[in-house]
Design a protein around this ligand. Structure first.
Ligand SMILES: C[S@@+](CC[C@H](N)C(=O)[O-])C[C@H]1O[C@@H](n2cnc3c(N)ncnc32)[C@H](O)[C@@H]1O
Length: 479
């Protein structure tokens, strides 16, 4: 048995001893907290390590219960350590997430003497969240909004770290636990693994409960949009309500004094059991969790729009003007463009009524709208440094570089495009091709891959939008 497997067994036994359980039967053996509904398994195509169903599960069935005393929260950590409690109390100006980060690093610094050691050893050592991106990976995102989001995330992490350094010094943390690198690790752990609790906005780390990988809310989740689905405010309100209900697959149950997690649908034996952490676009998933989804019905593709258009769109928030991942322009974007492309002199009451009802103004106007959107997407695509096809090739090349088994021929290396060559040059890797890259390079490569994956998905949505508009134009021209 390998040591990873052994420590996982130790962890599951420890969790069982403190009351974590996937069974409602209190007489079950304490050898492991899993085995009745779930087991730890690897799902290479959907999040890596995760939890699989050990039998058929019914929607709504309780699949895991984690008692309050097992949760890692600021409250539970300071309760076990007077020194930590006294120091934390002197830093009320820090946010609850900063405090939780410091507590986590403090707990890590205790090593084996930490109560949570069996859990802490299973936390990932590295993360791919935007805040951990270097310059190369950041620039590889290409799209201005995304590069800006990465810059903001990096700057935020640095300034939060600077603010927390005094507390870490007072706690006498070893230099390696006080470093920006350690801070980024703690912040990423909290961002990507905490669950909501009512008494601390920083959330809690939930042993075993944080092994669930992510599933986006179902396809019906974007039905709150568009005249086809929502015709009035009452209906819209109903959709919002059902959406927020769908976002919770569990939560802290005050009566049970435990975090309770439920199956969000029926599962077959062996299937991965997933949790919906919330409704995120791909850029948000990358920022907060370090991955993107090829199929994400909550994704939103933003394109640069004219200032006068934003001014006109005062009835709809700016962030409602986007293109869905499948290429369909949003209801608000189409409505705003219908009005914007109508000459000022013709914007009378009847036109305004049609616009706010989400209806077409005229065939001519609708064709103008579709042509405008298609042209905009074309121009955005043209201005980006690489095409969809080139990005696909870059991803294949990254795969080749990441494959330790693959021996690359000289001609293959010479055929690499400029971005791959720039990566190899920037990291002095030309001589190392066909050798084993060090951990640091592997980590940069995995972030770079995510950037290319993200921008490729963005471009595919724009290309799909062009096709969507062309079909609409053809249909309208025939009417
Ligand atoms: C709460 S943890 C889930 C367990 C995690 N896989 C582990 O091994 O500890 C969340 C992290 O899992 C990964 N993840 C979750 N769902 C994913 C998905 N659908 N696709 C890719 N990665 C996913 C991401 O790295 C994310 O930050």
């Amino acid at each position: 048995m390998d040591s990873e497997h052994q420590t996982m067994e130790t962890f599951l036994r420890w969790a069982a001893e403190i009351g974590v359980s996937d069974s409602t039967d209190p007489s079950r053996s304490h050898d492991s907290c899993l085995g009745n509904t779930l087991s730890v398994a690897d799902f290479p195509l959907a999040g890596g390590r995760g939890l699989g169903a050990v039998r058929e599960l019914r929607k709504g069935e309780l699949v895991l219960k984690v008692p309050r005393n097992a949760l890692l929260t600021t409250e539970s950590m300071v309760a076990k350590d007077q020194n930590l409690r006294d120091s934390v109390n002197l830093h009320a100006s820090l946010s609850s997430t900063q405090i939780l980060s410091v507590c986590l690093l403090y707990e890590m610094s205790k090593g084996k003497s930490s109560f949570w050691y069996p859990y802490l050893v299973h936390l990932p050592r590295d993360y791919d969240l935007l805040a951990t991106f270097g310059d190369f990976e950041k620039r590889a995102l290409q799209v201005e909004d995304a590069v800006w989001a990465a810059e903001k995330a990096i700057a935020k992490s640095q300034s939060e770290w600077r603010e927390a350094v005094t507390l870490m010094k007072e706690l006498d943390l070893k230099p390696k636990f006080q470093s920006l690198h350690a801070w980024n690790w703690a912040s990423a752990t909290i961002s990507s693994r905490t669950l909501h609790i009512p008494w601390d906005s920083a959330g809690c780390l939930c042993p075993v409960g944080d092994l669930f990988n992510y599933d986006a809310p179902g396809d019906d989740s974007n039905t709150s949009e568009g005249p086809e689905t929502v015709n009035n405010a009452e209906e819209a309100g109903h959709v919002v309500e059902t959406q927020s209900e769908r976002l919770t697959d569990g939560g802290f149950d005050g009566d049970a004094n435990a975090y309770c997690l439920y199956a969000r649908r029926n599962y077959q034996l062996g299937e991965q059991v997933l949790l919906c952490y919330g409704t995120y676009t791909n850029l948000e998933l990358l920022e907060h969790y370090g991955f993107t989804l090829d199929e994400n019905s909550n994704d939103k593709v933003f394109i640069p729009l004219e200032t006068s258009l934003y001014a006109l769109a005062s009835s709809w928030p700016k962030d409602s003007l986007y293109i869905h991942q499948d290429g369909k322009p949003s209801f608000a974007l189409v409505s705003t463009l219908r009005l914007w492309l109508t000459p000022q002199s013709q914007r009378d009451k009847s036109v305004m009524r049609l616009v706010y009802a989400g209806s077409q103004i005229s065939v001519k106007n609708e064709i103008l709208v579709m042509k405008w959107v298609a042209e905009k997407c074309r121009s955005v695509l043209k201005d980006l440094p690489t095409s969809i096809q080139e990005d696909r090739v870059i991803l294949q090349d990254i795969d080749k570089l990441q494959d330790p088994e693959l021996r690359l021929e000289q001609r293959e290396v010479e055929a690499f495009g400029s971005e791959v060559r720039a990566f190899l040059e920037a990291n002095h890797l030309w001589d190392l091709i066909n050798g084993e890259f060090c951990g640091k390079i592997k980590r940069i490569m995995s972030k770079w891959r995510l950037s290319v994956q993200w921008r490729l998905r963005y471009k595919r949505s724009l290309a799909d939008c062009i096709s969507y508009c062309n079909v609409k134009i053809n249909n309208l021209s025939g009417t």
